[in-house]
Every structure is written in structure tokens, then in C-alpha cells.
Design a protein around this ligand. Structure first.
Ligand code: ZN
Length: 418
């Protein structure tokens, strides 16, 4: 259920061309200069640390292992010159980094003072040679980060990389804010390349408050969980359980509890119940919704809330808004009890509205539970792909045509016994 548009290796010619182009531009701008550096270096971080950043005993603050004393002649990117330019840029793009508390972290790093960073090595015999000095190869940041630009065709005179660049978002983890939100935009400013439109910074998924580690014995293999809750169930849990940007704390009980409440009892139950009543009371043919349905308002609120939240890269809020329509629809059915009524216009009205709500739910939920959303789409008799529907028009009230065969099928989310 995951697809990529492109796959790129840093050994590809298009990547090499992009790195050379970016290096040359920054060098031409006077922001890459030769210097001698000596300092304490963590090989695992690929970063220098100052004495006050190291833990007691001279250990790397991230890896808690000894750093090494390095002294060498390197080319340096003059990051120290970019403090004001970065702060100005972020001041005029205040919503660029989401969520806000991660933006504050990035600004704090910039205000805390910026140190030049090394961009070359002479000690390596592999890598991309600097276009103006072939004794040096590009090291780490100009090679790694430039991969984003390389994928858009930057550095290839036959391609217009601006067809893809600037990107809407870099989706990154909170531990690489410094490189993506400080180093990278400074490199782009130097090179005269537009900055990304945004960064969406995610937290970590912890177990009992600790990072998962294979050696720590607390690692959880998502493939094992998928056997129990399915790919959609697991993805829904990850997106819904923790606000994007904060650390999540995984527990098996939490996963099962959310699966049972939101997926089995709410969405799964609604779909099954609608199909059952339509089969019994409407000859299996879905009635059309009413334009003035009491559910129309709940549907409009769900659409507005979910759209805004997805735009803000806040999937947990988007799903909360979507599930509010599921709850409203279940409540509407319980209030009207169409399963107790004789077939007729009243039952048709309730079921047409419920089918329309289910159609809108399928559209709004499809980013999180694509396979389930498509199954709902087909079971209520709709053609084509739910993933091809476009907001806001597709989710406006009244789109269910009626007159379609509704089928029940197997339970979407069988309840997990606890
Ligand atoms: Zn380290």
C-alpha cells in the first residue's frame, strides 16, 4: 500500500550532476572556502562537537560513544554568515515548519549561533570530486541533501527542475531538524535556489518512553502487527494515535483498543449495519440521500475539518474530524432505528443519508485506510477508485446517486478479543 514515484541512488549520474552544480554555485557565491579544522568528531553522527556539547568523558551526546580528535584541511560552507538571512526567511514564511513547536526548535538552533561545516575530505578515494579542486571529494551534506534536488532534474540542462521544485514538504524526523531546516536552506540560499515550501517534522514512535532498539529487546516489528490488525489498521493507529510532530508511545493494548473502538465498532459496524438494513428493507438497492438531511451539516463540518487538518499535516485531527461523521451517522441510525420499521419512504430517507455519509467517509478516510475505503466504495455500489476523488467537490453532500446495489461482504475489521 505504499508506492513511490521515483527511486534514486547517490551513485547515479543525475545525482552527481546536481551535486556538482550546487557546489559550484555556492563556491561561486564565495560561501565555500578552504580552511583547517581541528575538533572532536563523532564518526557515527558525522559531526563535530564542541567541548560543552559532549557528555562527561568526552562522549557523543547522541551515540554516547567516544569522539575522535580530527585535524584536517577541508572546504567549509560558511553557514555562520546565514544567521540573519535564515531568520529573515523564516520570519516571512512563519508556517513553513510544522508543527509550531518544531519550528521553534529550528529557530532556536539558528539563534544559538551557526558554525561553518565541512563539505569535503581529502582522505577518501571515493565520492564526487569538487569541480574546482579534484584533491577533495564532497562530504556528507552536499552529497546527501542534494539528493532531493537531483530527483527533480537539477543540474541537467535539458530538464526544468522547477516543474517539481520547490517541494511542498520535506517529511523529516525531529532528529534531523538541524540538517534539513538550517544547513539545507542556507545552502539553497547561497546557490540561489528556491527553498522548500515546507517541512513537516515527525516525532519518534517510542516503546515505554524509550527509542526502539534491536539490542534493547523492546523492538516491535510492524509486520507482526499487520498480521493482527492489517495494513490499514496499523497505519490508522500510527496516524490517529499521536499528533504528528510529537513522540508516540506504542503499546499493543493501545493498538488493539484503538482498532476495536474506531475501526471495528465505529467504521466497520457502520458499514455492516447499513448494508444489512439496505438488504432487508430496501431490496439491497441503496436509496438516494436527501439534500436537507440532518447529516448534511455533520458531513460539511467533517469535510472542512479534515481538509484543513490534512493541509496542516495533522493527520490525527483529520481523522478525528472524519470519525465525527461516522459517530454522527451511527447516532442517526440509532435515533431512527430503521431496522424496526417497515420498508418505505421513511426507511429509504434514513438509509440514503447513511449511504451518502459512508461515501463521504470513504473519501475522507482514504489517505489513512485506502484498501478499506475502496472496499466501502465498492460495497455501496460506486464505480472507479475512491483515491481518484478530489476535494472539496467529491465530498459535497448529495453525491450518492442511489439505485446502486449494496453488498455486505466480510467484516472490514473483525473485533480483536481482549
Ligand atoms: Zn554521535
Amino acid at each position: 500500500d505504499i508506492a513511490n514515484d521515483d527511486f534514486i541512488r547517490t551513485t547515479e549520474p543525475r545525482h552527481r550532476a546536481a551535486v556538482i552544480e550546487l557546489l559550484q554555485r555556492c563556491h561561486d557565491a564565495g560561501d565555500i572556502e578552504l580552511d583547517t579544522y581541528s575538533g572532536e568528531y563523532c564518526v557515527a553522527c558525522e559531526e563535530y562537537y564542541t567541548a560543552d556539547e559532549l557528555l562527561d568523558g568526552g562522549l557523543c551526546p547522541i551515540h554516547k560513544r567516544p569522539v575522535e580528535h580530527y585535524e584536517e584541511e577541508n572546504y567549509f560552507f560558511r553557514l555562520s554568515r546565514f544567521e540573519d538571512r535564515l531568520l529573515d526567511w523564516y520570519a516571512s514564511h512563519p508556517r513553513a515548519i510544522k508543527p509550531d513547536h518544531r519550528a521553534n526548535e529550528a529557530l532556536g538552533l539558528i539563534r544559538g549561533g551557526l558554525r561553518d561545516f565541512s563539505v569535503s575530505r581529502t582522505s577518501l578515494d571515493w565520492g564526487i570530486r569538487l569541480p574546482w579542486d579534484d584533491a577533495h571529494v564532497a562530504y556528507v551534506w552536499f552529497d546527501a541533501l542534494t539528493n532531493y534536488l537531483a530527483a527533480t532534474g537539477f543540474g541537467d540542462p535539458d530538464q526544468d527542475y522547477t516543474a517539481w521544485w520547490p517541494v511542498d514538504y520535506h517529511l523529516i524526523g525531529k532528529d534531523i531538524i538541524r540538517h534539513h531546516c538550517v544547513y539545507w536552506p542556507a545552502m539553497l540560499l547561497s546557490a540561489g535556489v528556491e527553498l522548500p515550501k515546507g517541512w513537516a517534522v515527525g516525532g519518534w514512535l517510542l516503546v515505554d518512553g524509550e527509542k526502539m532498539a534491536k539490542s534493547g529487546g523492546n523492538a516491535v516489528n510492524p509486520l507482526d502487527l499487520v498480521d493482527t490488525v492489517g495494513v490499514d489498521g496499523f497505519r490508522y493507529y500510527v496516524l490517529a494515535e499521536t499528533p504528528y510532530g510529537s513522540d508516540g508511545d506504542f503499546s499493543y493494548d493501545g493498538l488493539v483498543s484503538r482498532y476495536n473502538s474506531d475501526l471495528a465498532n465505529n467504521l466497520g459496524n457502520l458499514a455492516a449495519r447499513v448494508a444489512t438494513v439496505v438488504a432487508k428493507k430496501c431490496d439491497g438497492i441503496g436509496p438516494a440521500p436527501h439534500p436537507d438531511s440532518p447529516l448534511a451539516e455533520a458531513a460539511a463540518a467533517a469535510l472542512a475539518g479534515a481538509t484543513h487538518a490534512w493541509d496542516e499535516v495533522a493527520p490525527s485531527r483529520a481523522l478525528e474530524a472524519t470519525w465525527s461523521l461516522i459517530r454522527a451517522t451511527n447516532a442517526h441510525l440509532e435515533a431512527n432505528e430503521p431496522w424496526k420499521s417497515d420498508p418505505g419512504a421513511e426507511v429509504d430517507a434514513v438509509m440514503g443519508d447513511a449511504l451518502e455519509a459512508l461515501r463521504i467517509v470513504a473519501i475522507l478516510a482514504s489517505p489513512a485506510v485506502p484498501t478499506t475505503a475502496q472496499a466501502v466504495w465498492e460495497r455501496i455500489g460506486l464505480d472507479g477508485s475512491v483515491a481518484d476523488q478530489r476535494l472539496p467537490d467529491a465530498a459535497a453532500w448529495g453525491g450518492y446517486p442511489g439505485g446502486r446495489a449494496v453488498t455486505k461482504g466480510d467484516p472490514l475489521f473483525p473485533r480483536i478479543a481482549t
